[in-house]
Write a protein that binds this ligand. Structure first.
Ligand code: 5AD
Ligand code: FES
Length: 353
């Protein structure tokens, strides 16, 4: 055990471990988490204090051409209800969000060919001109370098694209043959090169995942140096091939958040909705493990139940204002405070703001 504690110290002071070292920590996470979280919260406090940043999530299309085995809106799920928000509806979500102090809007959707690059750029420009003090984040999947450049030129500031799992064989067990880990990872390096604040991430407890796979995720994050990392538990969706697979655990998810905070001290780390779904205090626990971002839903209430990536998703019956209030209360009770700002990564220079 002493050896493992000193590995956590090593990660704390150097932000790097070897694969077998990460693996040993992950395999023994239950015994080590209290110690890990004491250091990961210290690091979060050093860079961000007790500030928690808000991102308003607008789930603007539930159409998706992909068929990822874990995902409830995969094209193969014929029982999923599909919807698209109009530009007007998206702007209304932003308006509501702006009045609730949101200064970042995340446009997330399936890979929906209806939203051509022209349409995406129009929406981004409209949001940026109407709300010039806000950041726009896109989360719309794998595109060409040219498309990514167009979005950036239209004014998009950030891009979220979870790498899902760094291991190529594991990736192939979670995705159809049309998708590859290589392309996914290339997209992430391209996004960074273009100048996006870039977010990667993965699920904990996804089917067939091993401790070694998670260690590889950590090494991939060290190499990519993303600005943001989304980590949440895998939760089965009843109408997918993984319906009967076990869900990921709260404890392992929190542990991976803690490791990520030490490996990438300045990273923006959300307390995810998925974690809030499998534990009533999941998001508060994530803040205590080193997270510093919350991403409540700004989608219109009548479409929320149609954007189900997994079963039992929280907040699908609530109004945006209710979630905002609920989160304020939760964040405060956990000893943190929500701040009204874009919440850029600390490396972003003043010029871009
Ligand atoms: N359980 C948990 N997370 C999921 N995602 C997709 N399906 C599930 C699921 N069943 C995550 C993926 C994706 C993000 C938008 O949601 O990691 O990148
Ligand atoms: Fe949506 Fe609590 S955050 S109801």
């Amino acid at each position: 055990m002493d050896k493992l504690y000193s590995l956590i110290d090593k990660l704390y002071s150097t932000s790097h471990l070897e694969k077998d070292e990460y693996t040993a920590l992950i395999k023994n996470h239950r015994e080590l988490s209290d110690y890990l979280f004491s250091l990961s919260s210290k690091v979060r406090d050093k860079y961000y204090g007790k500030s928690v940043y808000l991102r308003g999530l607008i789930e603007f299309t539930s159409y998706c051409k992909n068929n990822c085995l874990y995902c409830g809106i995969r094209c193969g799920n014929k029982s999923a209800e599909r919807y698209r928000l109009t530009e007007k509806q998206i702007m209304e979500c932003c308006e509501t969000g702006y009045n609730l102090d949101f200064r970042t809007f995340v446009l997330q959707g399936g890979e929906d060919p209806y939203y051509t690059d022209d349409r995406i750029c129009d929406i981004v420009k409209k949001i940026k001109t109407t709300f010039p003090d806000c950041a726009v984040t896109l989360s719309i999947g794998e595109k060409s370098e040219e498309s990514y450049r167009r979005y950036f030129e239209a004014g998009a500031d950030r891009y979220l694209l979870r790498h899902e799992t760094a291991n190529y064989e594991h990736y192939a067990k979670l995705h159809p043959p049309s998708l590859s880990a290589k392309n996914r990872q290339d997209c992430l390096f391209t996004l960074k090169k273009i100048g996006f604040q870039t977010g990667a991430g993965f699920m904990t407890g996804s089917p067939y995942q091993t401790a070694e796979n998670l260690a590889e995720d950590m090494l991939f994050l060290e190499k990519l140096q993303p600005h943001m990392v989304g980590i949440g538990p895998f939760i089965p969706h009843h109408a997918t091939p993984f319906a009967d697979m076990p869900q990921g655990s709260v404890e392992l998810t929190l542990f991976m958040l803690g490791l990520t905070r030490l490996a990438l001290p300045e990273v923006l780390l959300p307390a995810t909705t998925a974690l809030g779904t499998i534990h009533p205090q999941g998001r508060e626990l994530a803040l205590k493990a080193g997270a510093n971002v919350v991403m409540p839903n700004l989608s219109p209430t009548d479409v929320r139940k149609k954007y189900l990536l997994y079963d039992n998703k929280i907040c699908t019956g609530d109004e945006s204002a209710q979630c905002r209030k609920c989160l304020e209360r939760r964040v405060n009770a956990a000893g943190f405070k929500i701040v009204k700002s874009r919440g850029d990564h600390v490396s972003v220079n003043e010029r871009k703001k």
